[in-house]
Every structure is written in structure tokens, then in C-alpha cells.
Design a protein around this ligand. Structure first.
Ligand code: XMP
Length: 507
């Protein structure tokens, strides 16, 4: 496997993903927490950084166990670091070095550049530039603005590049990573969804043995694939619980439960709608709603888990981005794990040991693993849906009637997206029930009813998002259908806000 040392670049996760796309397993670790089991890593990649190697905030990795001992590829900050502290020179650059550039010179007898030609587009993003190569540095490539765009160290398998091979705009970036990892470092490209499944199943069997495991299913991709993997490993010792919090999409509880049973999972569906509605009564504040929903879930889940005798483990669908500790720009690793809503899990009093089969993989990899396990494309392609469900899409207090109204609206919108072939082009879609009434006219009657907002966004990870340019004709038909069919709604608007500064959910 490959060790990626993170210096806090926004692109570090992309490096890991590109490497994995080459069917080579990679792991990200903060530059100042180098793992001790170094023999397991066959190559090292140093990431970029928002910091400068020249300032007080320069990050100083302890590379003595790595440099010259493992093939090393230094990207951006990494390349500047190796230059600056090993006999070269780094200085602020005079010209802008952001965005596209083309390699105007390539030392093409070096295997680093096999299959890559002069003119190849690369992506630059740096304000310092390497003025002088380090001791024993050999120039490998230049662009018109950046002379020292790539170099290697004579007598070592140490390579350095100023540009970012991990971003899509570096058109031959993947080839370059492959040249380094396969041709130079000699790694095998055998990390595939199938091999992941085999290894994970074995690891689960070894870890949990004959113990019982309980898992909360949400209907989403991650918890489902985690369940399928555990089921493959331990069969009936896996007890799944799927809670209906009354805030799911229309008919979701029944249809997903049926799907789970069809997949051979041992699932108990628990309809706790009333309990959640009662817990939410009169609450308007979004964070208080989240708390109320979270607490009710824990209570219900705990009740159910206690009915399984001798359960020892709690399984969760945590994925890699939730786990990676990133490095903060000031040097130290940031204290908090980037916590998504799933991390944190259940309270201590449950005293269960945790098993997280998807901890090492990214979302798109979860989907590929799911596909290799035979999970239906329909399930794998489902939009993300927040844990608190429609509860954070009903602005203001929540009542059974409002839930019904929003379920109807949401179903028309989502079915419409599917019928128009738009569903798979959208990352996430849903409807918000607004706490305003407005005047309308139906037939000859005045109405004074609710307004709903439709939201459809494109995104890769939900951190940033943009609204989707849905066809007007589709919006027109959808709006008509909603107002005609959903009692209590007389106005539909479409949300055209990006994130940031807005967020995807309205609460
Ligand atoms: P925002 O609204 O923060 O949403 O732009 C980003 C992504 O996170 C989902 N989301 C949640 N998921 N519990 C969850 O499990 C929550 O409380 C929650 N809030 C937002 C949202 O649906 C989007 O995919």
C-alpha cells in the first residue's frame, strides 16, 4: 500500500482516490503522525500544503525513516520542501502560477514520463517557486512559467513535481502516478472491489468471531453495504434494525424493508413514528429538532438492541472521509476528526464494541463494492437523505399533517425526476415545506395555503453544491402537479442558491 503524508492541502483526498483508481490501496496520515508499521508501505507521496516552506509556519516532516528508504513522490509543497531543505532554493514567484499550464519540456528518456508528451496539460496552484534544484537534482520537466516543474534526485527513487497530478485538469496525472507507483515503485494493481470484499469479510470473521452484531439501517447506501458485507461474513449473527421515524419519504419504510428482506438481511422494522412525532411536538429550532430526533433514535435503538441477547458489537456505516484526520494550516493536526453526522454513534452506556467495515473507503468505492456484491443499481444510486429526514425540511414545528403534505410533494418531485431521466444527473433533491401561507386562487375561490420550495443540487461530497439547471418544462409540469394534487399547497418555488453561502438543507 501507499502512504500519503498530508500537509493540509485541499487536494490530499484526491491523491488517495486517484491512487485507488489505479487499484492500489492508499492511506492518508498527517505529516507529523507517521505510522510505525512502515514495512507495510511500498511508496510515499508527500501532499501539497497551504503553507510556505519559507515562513515560520513551514511544516517539518521527520522523513529520516522514509527518504531513500522508500520510493518517494513529492507534490507541490512536498517538492518545495525537498528543494528548500536539501540544498536548493525556493522563492516567491513573480508570475501567477495558478491554473492550467502545459509542459514545454520533458526529459522523455525518464520512465517517470513514459506515455506523456510535451504539451501535456498540468494544473498549478502555488505562490512560491523552486528557483534552484536541491543537491543532486535532475530537471525532468518545465512549463513556460515554471522552469523547475519536475525533478528527481540522482541516486534515489525520489521524484518531485510542482503541479498537481491528482486533479482532473492535469490530463496525464493518472498516468504519471501510475508510472511512479507501478514502474518505479513496483506496486501491484490488485486492490479491486472483489479483493476488498474478500479481505473485509475475512477481517470481520476474525474480529467478531461467533459474536452477535447489531446494526442500524437507514435505507442509505453506506449502512446497507455495511450490512451486506457483515451478512456475508457472519450471516444470521447480524441483527439489523430499521427504524421508521415517521420522517422518511412516502412509502419508504415499507418499500425499503421489503428490499432488505429480498437481499437476505435479517432485519427488524420498527415503526416508531408516533414516538418521534411526540418528541418533536412544538419544537421549531432546527438544532433542537436534530437533538430530539437523535435522542428518540437512541432510545428506540437501545430498546431494540436490548432484546437481542448477548449482542457484543455495534456495526456502523462510517466511511473514510469521516475518519481521516486532516492537518490544519497552522501545523498541528486538527483536534477534531471531520465529523459527519454518523460519527459519534451511540452513547457509552450501550458498551458495545464497534465494527466499521467501510472505514477505509470513499463513497464512490462503497458504490463499487456494492455493485460487486450484487446490490441493485437502483439502491446504489439513491440520493443522500439526512438522518433527521423530512424533520429538517419542514421549517417551523412539525405535525403529522405537515409530514403528509411534504411526503406527497417530495414523491411527485422525485418520481418526476426519475420519469424525466434527471434523477441520476442530480446529486440530491428534495422539497422544503415553508412556514408561510400565501394567497392563491383555485377555481373561483380564494386560497390561503402553504408554499413549498424544490431543491436539486449537484455536488461531489455535499461540502459545496450548486443548484441544478432543471428544464423549465419539467419545473412547470411538476409545479402544476403538486398544486393540483397536494391539498394545502398553493405555491411552488425553486431554490437557486449555491452552497456556500446557502446550505443544501434549509435547516
Ligand atoms: P447541508 O444542509 O449542511 O447538508 O448543506 C450537507 C449534506 O448533509 C446532509 N445533512 C444531514 N445528514 N444528519 C444527516 O445525516 C443531519 O443532521 C444532516 N444535515 C444535513 C444533507 O442532506 C446534505 O446531503
Amino acid at each position: 500500500k501507499v502512504l500519503i503524508l498530508d500537509f493540509g492541502s485541499q487536494y490530499t483526498q484526491l491523491i488517495a482516490r486517484r491512487v485507488r483508481e489505479l487499484n492500489i490501496y492508499s492511506e492518508i496520515h498527517p505529516f507529523n503522525k507517521i505510522p510505525t508499521n512502515l514495512s507495510e508501505y511500498k511508496a510515499v507521496i508527500l501532499s501539497g500544503s497551504p503553507n510556505s516552506v519559507r515562513g515560520d509556519k513551514a511544516l517539518h516532516p521527520e522523513l529520516s525513516e522514509l527518504r531513500t528508504k522508500k520510493p518517494m513522490l513529492a507534490v507541490c509543497y512536498g517538492a518545495q520542501y525537498l528543494a528548500h531543505f536539501s540544498g536548493g532554493e525556493v522563492a516567491p514567484s513573480n508570475t501567477r502560477e495558478y491554473g492550467r499550464a502545459n509542459l514545454s519540456y520533458i526529459k522523455n528518456d525518464d520512465e517517470f514520463f513514459i506515455g506523456i508528451n510535451e504539451g501535456s496539460q498540468v494544473w498549478m496552484s502555488h505562490s512560491d517557486t523552486i528557483k534552484k534544484l536541491p543537491t543532486n537534482g535532475v530537471l525532468l520537466a518545465s512549463t513556460s512559467d515554471v522552469e523547475n516543474a519536475a525533478y528527481k534526485i540522482e541516486g534515489e527513487t525520489t521524484y518531485a513535481i510542482q503541479f498537481h497530478p491528482e486533479v482532473y485538469h492535469s490530463t496525464d496525472g493518472k498516468q504519471l502516478l501510475e508510472n511512479f507507483l507501478v514502474k518505479i515503485a513496483g506496486l501491484n494493481q490488485d486492490w479491486t472491489p472483489q479483493s476488498f470484499v474478500e479481505e473485509t469479510v475475512e477481517a470481520i470473521q476474525e474480529k467478531v468471531g461467533n459474536d452477535k452484531v447489531v446494526l442500524g439501517l437507514s435505507g442509505g447506501v453506506d449502512s446497507t453495504i455495511a450490512a451486506v458485507l457483515l451478512n456475508k461474513a457472519i450471516g444470521d449473527n447480524l441483527y439489523c434494525i430499521f427504524v421508521n421515524n415517521g420522517l422518511l419519504r412516502k412509502n419508504e419504510f415499507e418499500s425499503v424493508l421489503k428490499q432488505y428482506e429480498g437481499m437476505g438481511l435479517n432485519v427488524k422494522g420498527v415503526d416508531a413514528s408516533e414516538r418521534f412525532l411526540t418528541a418533536l411536538k412544538g419544537i421549531e429550532d432546527p438544532e433542537k429538532k436534530r437533538k430530539a430526533i437523535g435522542n428518540a433514535f437512541i432510545e428506540v435503538f437501545d430498546d431494540e438492541a436490548h432484546q437481542i441477547t448477548d449482542v457484543k458489537w455495534l456495526a456502523q456505516g462510517t466511511i473514510y472521509p469521516d475518519v481521516i484526520e486532516s492537518v490544519s494550516a497552522t501545523g498541528g493536526p486538527s483536534a477534531t476528526i471531520k465529523s459527519h453526522h454518523n460519527v459519534g454513534g451511540l452513547p457509552d452506556f450501550m458498551k458495545l464494541k464497534i465494527v466499521e467495515p467501510l472505514r477505509a473507503i470513499f463513497k464512490d468505492e462503497v458504490r463499487r463494492v456494492g455493485a460487486s456484491l450484487g446490490v441493485s443499481p437502483e439502491l446504489l444510486g439513491r440520493h443522500p437523505f439526512p438522518g433527521p429526514g423530512l424533520g429538517i425540511r419542514i421549517l417551523g414545528d412539525i405535525t403529522a399533517e405537515k409530514v403528509r403534505m411534504l411526503q406527497e410533494v417530495d414523491a411527485i418531485f422525485i418520481e418526476g425526476l426519475k420519469a424525466w431521466g434527471l434523477y441520476d444527473k442530480v446529486w440530491q433533491a428534495g422539497a422544503m415545506l415553508l412556514p408561510v401561507n400565501s394567497v392563491g386562487v383555485m377555481g373561483d375561490e380564494r386560497t390561503y395555503e402553504k408554499c413549498v420550495a424544490l431543491r436539486a443540487v449537484e455536488s461531489t461530497d455535499g461540502m459545496t453544491a450548486d443548484w441544478v439547471n432543471l428544464p423549465y418544462e419539467f419545473l412547470q409540469k411538476t409545479s402544476n402537479e403538486i398544486i393540483n394534487k397536494v391539498k394545502g399547497v398553493n405555491r411552488v418555488v425553486y431554490d437557486i442558491s449555491s452552497k456556500p453561502p446557502a446550505t443544501i438543507e434549509w435547516e
